[in-house]
Design a protein around this ligand. Structure first.
Ligand code: GLU
Length: 289
């Protein structure tokens, strides 16, 4: 049987809650059942929001749940050079352009073009274009900050990337059913691939790392299902293998709303402090203790 490698990839921007526990356990469980490998990856490219104490708490909470992962753990902030190399490949292909606009300018521009008003998976959909080279040069000379956006129009014309043929495989959580999904990356508009403040984005870093770490199966929440459409395009542009996706349902709180990091009452540490055991959590999430 081919190797099965999956990962749990939290961002240390807060304490883990029951929803994270579910995601981590789904991935861990899938690896165990396949006799495969379970990796942990710390997605901390957002240096303003990530904090070392949250990273420490991730290790502590996952160990408390009884999960084991390979070391060393890949921490994205140690690998900005890898994402820079991938960005350079996209620049060399002419797939990306510098965008100097502020968020406000983008929202104003979208408001003036009501046909662009639709919200995409990452927020308002923006479609722009490379600036005139002279204007770009003078902004660069002024030191104006810029993001890199993927040009959907340019990507459509890159040899070897056939938009209509882009797809990814979605499997059920247990891996017993699978579907081929046609990828529709256009729903993102010209997605930001490298943020002004980070030099990369979740999308670019995640796609690079899944390939670098040999991830064969991405097990994660269905809130990231749409991202797979854009990731399929990035994988095609960068010549990276496509993992199989298993997006799972999200855990909701007693009010029926999905859990978020701001729901402090549901963090694993507060549940633990309240006297619950890891087995209680496993049972509550539908895993046998
Ligand atoms: N870092 C992302 C999050 O915490 C997960 C990304 C992924 O699994 O692809 O939501």
């Amino acid at each position: 049987m081919p190797e099965f490698v999956t990962r749990f990839a939290p961002s240390p921007t807060g304490y883990l809650h029951l929803g994270h526990a579910y995601s981590a356990m789904c991935a861990f469980d899938a690896a165990e059942r396949a006799g495969g490998r379970f990796l942990l990856r710390i997605e901390d490219i957002d240096r303003g929001r990530c904090r070392p104490e949250f990273e420490e708490a991730i290790y502590e909470d996952l160990a408390w749940l009884g999960l084991e992962w390979e070391t060393p753990v890949r921490r994205q902030s140690d690998h900005f050079a890898d994402y820079g190399d991938a960005l350079q490949r996209l620049i060399d292909k002419g797939a990306v352009y510098r965008c100097f606009k502020t968020r406000k300018e983008i929202l104003d521009e979208i408001a003036r073009a009501p046909h662009l008003l639709a919200d995409g998976p990452d927020g308002p959909v923006f479609v722009g274009a490379r600036l005139d080279p002279e204007e770009e040069r003078s902004l660069l000379a002024e030191g104006a900050p810029f993001a890199w956006r993927l040009s959907m129009a340019a990507a459509r014309n890159i040899p070897g990337v056939v938009f209509g043929d882009l797809s990814f495989i979605e499997e059920s959580l247990g891996g017993d059913a699978r579907r081929m999904i046609r990828a529709d990356p256009g729903m993102f508009g010209d997605a930001v691939i490298a943020r002004k403040d980070a030099g990369t984005s979740y999308h670019l870093a995640s796609v690079c790392d899944d390939a670098l770490q040999g991830v064969t199966h991405v097990v994660r929440g269905e809130d990231l299902r749409a991202a797979a459409h854009l990731h399929a395009l990035l994988q095609a542009l960068l010549g990276l293998p496509s993992p199989i996706y298993r997006h799972h349902a999200l855990i909701s709180g007693d009010d029926g709303k999905r859990l978020a990091k701001r729901d402090h009452a549901r963090t694993l540490r507060s549940i633990r402090a309240g006297g619950a055991t890891a087995d209680d959590v496993r049972r509550r999430l539908g895993f046998t203790a």
